[in-house]
Design a protein around this ligand. Structure first.
Ligand code: NDP
Ligand SMILES: N[C@@H](CC=O)C(=O)O
Ligand code: NA
Length: 331
C-alpha cells in the first residue's frame, strides 16, 4: 500500500467536495493500493493539522457548524513549510490580479518538493510558465484538470488521450454558472439576480461571481487551454472578453423563436482567443443546458471530438481532482 500524505488548502465548496470524495472513495483507493492521508486542512482563518491524518468527517461537520476548521493560526504557506506531506490540493479562490493565496501556495509547494493538484485558475492564468518551470526544477507533478470544465475532461483528454494529435482549436461553453443562468432565464423565465444568488448557494459560482457573468472565468480557462494544449505563452490580456450581463430575457426569447439559444461561447486557437455570447442553433452539439459545459476539440488526425460534462459543482469538480491524484500516484 502506498501512502500519500496531502493537504487541502481552501475548504469552501471544492475543498469540502474533495474531502467528501476522499471519504467516499477510501475503499476504492485502498483497493488500487493507495492510502490518501490528509494531514492538514486550511481555510482563510487557519488550519487543522494532524500528521497521523485529520478526521475529515469532523472537519466537514465543524466547517458547517463553526464556519471554520481553524484550530491553529497557520497559513497555507506555513503549513506547506512546516508539515511533512507529498501533495498539496489547492482550492483557494481564483484571483487573476495577484494570483491570490494560491500562487504563493503553489510556489511554496514546489520549493519544498511537493506535488500540486489544483482547481484554482488564477495562478495558471497569471504565471503559467513560471509555475511549470518551478514544478520542473523541483521534479514535482503539477496537474490541473479541474481548472477547465470542472468534471469534463479537456486538458488530459487533449494532452494524454489524444496524444500525437495536433489540436487546432477548442470551442465551447466553459462556465457552468452562465450556462445555468441563461438556461433558466429562458426555460423558467427566472430572474437573473435570483438565479445568480442560487448559483452561489449551490457552490458553482466563483467566490466573486462577477468573474462568471463578465466572462472573466471563461477567459481564464481559455488562457489555461492556450498554454497547456497549444504551448502558447498567453495571459488574460490576450483574450477578447464579453460576458452575459447584457443578455436580456427578450433577446433569449427572440433567439429561441428563430431556432437558436444564446450561449457564452469561448474559443481558442493559435491565432485568436475570445469569449462572447453567441447564437447557437437549438439542435447543435454546443447547445447544452444547465450547469453543463461542452467543448469541441478540432484535431489534426481525428477530426472534431466533442465532450460534455458538469462544469461546476463540489463533487463534480472533486472528481477531476481525484482523477489527477490517481494519475500521479496510481500504480
Ligand atoms: N465552485 C466550482 O464549481 C469550481 C471552482 N473552481 C475553482 O476552485 C477554487 C475554489 O472554489 P470554491 O470552493 O467554489 O470557492 P469558495 O469561495 O467556496 O472557497 C474558497 C475557500 O478558500 C478559502 N480561502 C480563502 N482565502 C484563503 C487563504 N488565504 N488561505 C487559505 N484558504 C483561503 C476560503 O476560506 P473560508 O471558508 O474561511 O472563507 C474557502 O474555504 C477557485 O479557485 C475556483 O475558481 C474550479 C472549478 C469549479
Ligand atoms: N464558477 C465556475 C466554476 C468552475 O470553474 C463555473 O461556473 O463554471
Ligand atoms: Na476538466
Amino acid at each position: 500500500m502506498k501512502t500519500v500524505c496531502c493537504s487541502i488548502l481552501g475548504f469552501g465548496a471544492i475543498g469540502q467536495g474533495v474531502a467528501e470524495v476522499l471519504l467516499k472513495k477510501k475503499e476504492y483507493l485502498e483497493n488500487i493500493g493507495l492510502e490518501v492521508k490528509v494531514v492538514a486542512v486550511v481555510d482563510s482563518k487557519g488550519a487543522t493539522i494532524n500528521p497521523e491524518g485529520v478526521d475529515l468527517a469532523n472537519c466537514l461537520a465543524r466547517k458547517r457548524t463553526d464556519g471554520t476548521v481553524a484550530l491553529e493560526n497557520l497559513s497555507g504557506v506555513e503549513v506547506i513549510q512546516s508539515v511533512a506531506h507529498d501533495l498539496v490540493i489547492e482550492t483557494t479562490p481564483t484571483n487573476i490580479r495577484t494570483g491570490g493565496a494560491g500562487l504563493q501556495n503553489m510556489f511554496a509547494a514546489f520549493q519544498t518538493g511537493k506535488d500540486v493538484i489544483t482547481s484554482n485558475k488564477g495562478p495558471l492564468t497569471l504565471k503559467y510558465r513560471e509555475l511549470m518551470e518551478a514544478a520542473k526544477v523541483a521534479g514535482s507533478h503539477f496537474r490541473f484538470e479541474a481548472t477547465v470544465g470542472g468534471s469534463m475532461p479537456i486538458i488530459n483528454l487533449s494532452n494524454e488521450v489524444l496524444a500525437g494529435n495536433k489540436v487546432k482549436s477548442v470551442k465551447g461553453i466553459l462556465n457552468g454558472t452562465c450556462n445555468y443562468i441563461l438556461t433558466r432565464m429562458l426555460e423558467e423565465r427566472a430572474s437573473y439576480n435570483d438565479i445568480l444568488a442560487e448559483s452561489m448557494q449551490l457552490g458553482i459560482a466563483e467566490t466573486d461571481p462577477t468573474y462568471d457573468v463578465e466572462g472573466i472565468d471563461t477567459a481564464c480557462k481559455l488562457v489555461i487551454l492556450a498554454n497547456a494544449i497549444f504551448g502558447l505563452d498567453a495571459t488574460y490580456s490576450d483574450v477578447e472578453v464579453t460576458g452575459i450581463t447584457k443578455v436580456t430575457p427578450e433577446a433569449l426569447e427572440m433567439a429561441y423563436e428563430r431556432g437558436h439559444v444564446i450561449k457564452l461561447i469561448g474559443e481558442v486557437s493559435r491565432e485568436r482567443i475570445h469569449v462572447a455570447p453567441r447564437l447557437v442553433p437549438i439542435n447543435h452539439p454546443l447547445a447544452v443546458g444547465g450547469t453543463l459545459n461542452v467543448a469541441s476539440v478540432e484535431t489534426e488526425l481525428a477530426g472534431e471530438i466533442t465532450v460534455t460534462g458538469k462544469g461546476a459543482g463540489p463533487i463534480e469538480t472533486a472528481s477531476a481532482i481525484l482523477s489527477d491524484l490517481i494519475a500521479i500516484y496510481g500504480n
